[in-house]
Design a protein around this ligand. Structure first.
Ligand code: FES
Length: 58
């Protein structure tokens, strides 16, 4: 499933990089080589990042 339509970023790729790197969703987008455009995905992306890190630390 795509989390960011503008950049075609998949949820699984965001989860993977959230576990590997720190920073907020926008920072992680940059690490993947993208920048937010419409920004409509950022709130959901932030939730996914938080979930991924919570699972990692559990
Ligand atoms: S859907 Fe992610 S920037 Fe537009």
């Amino acid at each position: 499933m795509y989390i960011c339509i503008c950049n075609a970023i998949r949820e699984k790729d965001l989860r993977r990089i959230a576990c590997e790197d720190g920073g907020d969703a926008e920072t992680l987008y940059a690490r993947l080589g993208f920048a937010p455009q419409c920004r409509q995905c950022l709130e959901e992306a932030a939730q996914i990042v938080a979930e991924a890190r919570a699972c990692q630390s559990a």
